[in-house]
Design a protein around this ligand. Sequence first.
Ligand SMILES: Cc1ncc(COP(=O)(O)O)c(C=O)c1O
Length: 371
Amino acid sequence: MMIPLFDSQLQHQRLAPELMPLVHEICTGGRFILGPHVEQFETAFAEYCQAAHCVALNSGTSALHLALRCLEIGAGDEVITTPMTFIATLWAMEYVGARSVLVDIDPRRRTIDPDQIERAITPRTRAIVPVHLYGQPAEMDAILEIAARHGLAVIEDAAQAHGARHAGRRVGGLGAIGCFSFYPTKNLGACGEGGGLVTNDARLAARARALRDHAQQRRWRHETQGYNYRMDALQGAVLYVKLRYLDGWNAARRRLAARYRERLSGVETLDLPHVFQDSGSVEHLVVVESPQRERLLQRLSAAGIGAGLHYPVPVHLQPAMTHLGYAPGDFPNAERLAERCLSLPMFPELEPQAVDAVCDALLAACEAMAR
Ligand SMILES: Cc1ncc(COP(=O)(O)O)c(C=O)c1O
């Protein structure tokens, strides 16, 4: 692969002088799980998200699961979210026995369409989970207003949107709980698995802290079903170092995304991501749309370019979700995006010349297919 979809080698080479002494310190110190490195990261990440508390965990999936547990959402409850997301968003509902009620996306923003939320609300609805897909914040003002009017909690799935802003405020701390993944390919990625939740509610934070550690509020006392969702010290140390670079990396992503737009605009068979005036997107992925997506993907692969699909099957059409009772055609905007989406290489260390090479290959492929 000449130009990969994602590559963190250069980032880690550059950070090695900062990271390696920490690896040595942790390996020789013997405090491997939670501890001061994780606490230091929690304090810094909460501040970064403009939230009062951060609870560091072992994955974004764990964060979503704990968010529902902390809010005491379970069997018989309904949670509204979107079919255009990674399946983990829905695992959280499955884990607690709640039902996922899906609402289509706005085709331009590609996040949950607030205009369609209200008709999905029933007496059983407890929460709305907007997903800030590809780094683009959902329409949080409208969502928070609907949630407040109906007494619902808002849980942000911010796994793809570290540092993104909605109306000037960072995502994550806008609703009751914000959930992040620190999977290595994310805008803020660990050197292994990682996740966390942020909240302004001290009670919810305390509950999450207990649940992640076998539900121990006191040692050897387990009041409820708990989990081993703890972050390890190495990931806490790495994430603390990397957090200082996040704004710079997000700025680099924006420059690269602008370059893609500039080079690819005006191609009839290619729809580019919409640019919003107020956009606080952090460009986690650059996703173009084409009716000939499969052929473009093949041609890019043949040219050594690592394009990807996020996501080729919307969650309501996944075999694991058949019990929800949805069918093809239920969410036309999500289904259209799933059929047409094509993710182009994007990571902060990507050279502008590499973006040009991707664009050249893509333009050549579009032209060849138009003939
Ligand atoms: C939108 C979304 N939600 C949740 C997750 C789950 O995060 P993790 O892989 O850390 O469990 C991801 C990660 O891929 C994601 O993209």
